[in-house]
Design a protein around this ligand. Structure first.
Ligand code: IMP
Length: 427
């Protein structure tokens, strides 16, 4: 009865959508456990491209229960748009379940996100502007509103009124904004509540029952380990817990229930938004990776910063998540390169460190130390069997496994389901 956590091993955008979608075939439930519509998954099925922000990509299979879990923050307008878009394309939503505990992203969260970023000037984080940070702040401050509150108008109005007094004071006095009217928000959010009511329930109980029935469950994290609010490159992080441990709190299951953790990494590294990135390439190789890899954000369209694979970072990620194995995506993006580099250390002043650090001062100042190898210079995008990979590509994978001390079980060489090489059975 495996319960598998699928987690981004880098700074997000590792291609989790494709791997979830691929693994979903063999699982019964897919559970999203944190984050919000800051995430974006692109999945290609039968030449059709789907872009999802909140709904797990398992929804594209008719028989999978797809859960939006307790620690997700939901912007109901985005969710409803996503539901309607999927319905219009013939996808059934009858297996969607939403936790009543999930917090709501409110209009003032998005406005505050944008103003707060503006105020930070050169210290800005480069957030997605989707109100994620302010929504989690309210959750922790115990002033947030949850999905279950959408069905109790009196309670909703009372708590919203209380919250708005404070938010409007900040918006009007500090940012000279017109602020928000409680009545308008109430009407808007109550309509949202009615639109999603049929999907809302006790998702932790659904998961618990599925585990008892020996069903296979995939817990899907959004963003990535280095964006975790505790274990990432703070303060340049998101406000939730993408790490595998986050699945327990975020889905309402105990740690003893998790059997395996699959990390997803790209064959190189990318990062969106601000913050240190030791292996970043600001040259023609970085530009080539960005172009060939289509490295533009699903949610914001921003170009992603690109660089060599950072094996220090990856080994750290293996440790923090207790990864059983990894899936490596976008190997084909490196096909044309003459030389390929793997970062194996950081030079900080006179010292060379070989373990990752989340100290942003060191990360900002360090110079990466690389192992170099010749590129394989062959097209891998049609490879389906490990034996058919070019020798250089096999060596690249073996070198990474040696450094990170974890097996790479799945390799992806293109966006389609079929463009996948399975090295070892994972599920
Ligand atoms: P927030 O999550 O919108 O608050 O943004 C905080 C940081 O996380 C910014 O650097 C974002 O670019 C980054 N971020 C948030 N969501 C994603 C994602 O899904 N992929 C990659 N980066 C993300």
């Amino acid at each position: 009865m495996p319960a598998i956590v699928l987690v981004g091993a880098q700074w997000g955008d590792e291609g989790k959508g494709k791997v979830t979608d691929m693994l979903a075939e063999g699982v019964d439930l897919v559970v999203r456990y944190q984050g919000g519509s800051n995430a974006g998954h692109t999945v290609v099925v039968d030449n059709e491209e789907y872009k999802l922000h909140l709904i797990p990509s398992g929804i594209l299979y008719e028989d999978k229960i797809c859960i939006i879990g307790d620690d997700v923050v939901i912007d109901p307008a985005t969710l409803i748009k996503e539901i309607e878009n999927l319905k219009a394309r013939g996808v059934s939503l009858s297996n969607l379940r939403i936790s009543g505990n999930a917090h709501l992203v409110m209009p003032y969260h998005k406005t505050l996100d944008q103003y707060e970023e503006g105020l930070k000037g050169k210290h800005k984080l480069g957030t997605t502007g989707r109100g994620i940070g302010p929504a989690y702040v309210d959750k922790m401050a115990r002033t947030g509103l949850r999905v279950s509150d959408l069905f109790d108008r009196e309670e909703f109005e009372g708590r919203l009124g209380h919250s708005l007094k404070y938010k409007n004071l900040i918006l009007r006095e500090i940012f000279k904004d017109k602020g928000f009217e409680a009545d308008a928000i109430c009407d808007e959010y109550f309509a949202y509540g009615q639109a999603i009511k049929q999907y809302v329930g006790d998702t932790s109980l659904i998961i618990h029952n599925a585990l008892r029935e020996e069903k296979i469950i995939l817990f899907e994290g959004a963003q990535g380990t280095l964006l975790d609010v505790t274990h990432g490159t703070y303060p340049y992080v998101t406000s939730s817990h993408p790490v595998a441990g986050g699945a327990c709190v975020g889905a309402g299951i105990g740690p003893t229930k998790i059997d395996r953790v699959l990390g997803i990494t790209k064959a190189y590294t990318t990062r969106v938004g601000e913050g240190p990135f030791p292996t970043e390439l600001q040259d023609e190789i970085g530009a080539h990776i960005q172009k060939k890899g289509g490295e533009f954000g699903t949610t914001t369209g921003r170009p992603r910063r690109c660089g060599w694979l950072d094996a220090l970072l990856l080994r750290y990620s293996v440790r923090i998540n207790g990864m059983s194995a990894l899936a490596m995506t976008k190997l084909d993006v490196l096909d044309e390169l003459d030389t390929i580099k793997i970062c194996v250390g950081y030079k900080v002043g006179k010292e060379t460190i070989t373990e990752f650090t989340t100290d942003f001062r060191k990360l900002r100042e360090c110079a990466p130390v690389y192992e170099e190898m010749p590129g394989w210079k062959e097209d891998t995008s049609g490879v389906k069997d490990y034996r058919d990979l070019p020798q250089g590509a096999k060596e690249y994978i073996k070198n990474i496994e040696r450094i990170i001390k974890a097996p790479i079980s799945i390799i992806s060489v293109g966006p389609r389901r079929a463009q996948t090489v399975i090295l070892r059975k994972f599920v």
